[in-house]
Design a protein around this ligand. Structure first.
Ligand code: GLU
Length: 300
């Protein structure tokens, strides 16, 4: 891992830091962190693995886990399971498909998932539940929402607002759009470091059980379903290329993090803020490609 950190830190092709909100635009692009958490509970880290970053769309994996735990397979009546081939915030497909988002990892799909979480709780309590879930999974009480990121997401989230209103018009949101958006912006604004996020994702590598506590988070069957969606839809319109290069279920976020799963072996987080043109961490992908190759971790 140290060799990979050293190697990627020399690279010039670092991509561009997300600049749609100031809190992300000012993140130092020279940072790189890597963490591996094995299913037998060992944690390895390298580089800036203890620097917190905005998890953004990686939160969608955890909100999906909670929604599946709450309503099970009936979720699939409201969200599809196909890759979109479009960017994370593309609007075109949604009208064609009559308000049923292609998958839970594009923004409209994630909004429907968040709506499920809101069905029995108020917005503030729902945010609290998501945060508590992340704290329990990672074994870290310090995890917080970055309020500056959350309010900036709200101030600039016009496409998400459009998605939520469109979903509502199609009858695929039960709560008021502003409640769903409020929770969604806060879940995206959760800040975690590579080690915390690798621990939190451990259950996906360990057939649904948290490797630290041994407790079941979801059934092995559901963990398999979530992994399959991460493999096919986890990097938006870069999902095929990621499967080709790395070959692991994983989910990216515009904060530059990537959570990858090596089934039965480990969860891995790579973070570097510079993004490629599809909005995925350029060095994160490069590092995971090297790690998967050296460890022979591709599932293919
Ligand atoms: N907060 C971002 C949005 O919803 C998340 C996008 C991402 O991480 O891909 O626009």
């Amino acid at each position: 891992m140290d060799e990979i950190s050293l190697e990627v830190s020399k690279r010039r092709d670092r991509g561009r830091v997300a600049d749609y909100i100031p809190a992300l635009a000012r993140v130092d692009p020279s940072q790189f962190g890597l963490a591996v958490f094995t299913t037998d509970g060992q944690l390895f880290s390298s580089g800036d693995a203890h620097v917190a970053f905005s998890i953004q769309s990686i939160s969608k994996v955890f909100s999906l886990t909670m929604a599946l735990g709450s309503i099970g397979d009936s979720l699939w009546r409201r969200v599809g399971r196909e890759p979109s081939g479009n960017s994370f915030n593309s609007i075109v497909l949604l009208e064609h498909e009559k308000g049923i988002p292609r998958n839970p990892f594009i923004n409209p799909g994630a909004l429907v998932v968040t709506d499920v979480l809101l069905s029995s709780l108020a917005p503030r309590e729902t945010i609290g539940e998501i945060l508590q879930f992340m704290r329990v999974l990672s074994g870290s009480e310090q995890i917080l929402v970055d309020p500056g990121v959350a309010s900036a997401e709200k101030a600039t989230g016009f496409r998400n607002i459009a998605h939520a209103n469109f979903l509502k018009s199609c009858g695929n949101l039960l709560s008021p759009p502003e409640h769903v958006l409020g929770v969604y912006f806060h879940q995206c604004a959760i800040a975690m470091d590579c080690t915390q996020l690798a621990r939190a994702g451990g259950f996906l590598a360990a057939a649904g059980r948290n490797p630290t506590t041994g407790l079941s988070v979801v059934s092995a069957e559901k963990a398999r379903c979530i992994n399959s969606l991460m493999m096919t839809c986890g990097h938006y319109d870069g999902s095929g290329d990621f499967a080709f290069r790395v070959g692991l279920p994983s989910k990216s976020g515009v904060g530059g993090g990537i959570l990858a799963v090596v089934p039965g072996v480990a969860s891995v987080v790579a973070w570097s803020p510079g993004l490629n043109t599809q909005g995925n961490s350029a060095l994160g992908i490069a590092a995971l490609e090297m790690l998967a190759r050296r460890m022979n971790w591709s599932v293919f």
